[in-house]
Design a protein. Structure first.
Length: 117
């Protein structure tokens, strides 16, 4: 189970940090990711991190402003979002991809991020 938190209302240019706590075991080859879905739009990839190797991938749309990190001891993945823009407004979801799988199969409930201009 994944529990996302940290969303809220922020002014453009502000920052938020999202957290996603996982219950159960995250294996070394697993990947944790963040996605978002704005109203009327498709869900889009934001960032992912491999659990053991700590390889991080960031979408071009947020590169330089968002950072993904993880705390293995807490089974938690974070998304630090800086210099937020109105177009970042969306529901943000964390997700888990098992080792060797091509798909994120476990999803959290989502947390709303609203950026006011």
């Amino acid at each position: 189970q994944l529990q996302a938190s940290g969303g809220g209302l922020v002014q453009a240019g502000g920052s938020l940090r999202l957290s996603c706590a996982a219950t159960g075991t995250i294996y070394s080859g697993d990947t944790m990711g963040w996605f978002r879905q704005a109203p009327g739009k498709e869900r889009e990839f934001v960032a992912e991190v491999t659990w053991r190797n700590y390889k991080r991938t960031i979408a071009d749309s947020v590169k330089g402003r968002f950072t993904i990190s993880r705390d293995a001891a807490k089974n938690t993945v974070y998304l630090q979002m800086n210099n937020l823009r109105s177009e970042d407004t969306a529901v943000y979801f964390c997700a888990h991809k098992p080792t060797g799988s091509g798909d994120f199969g476990l999803w959290g409930q989502g947390t709303q991020v609203t950026v006011s201009s």
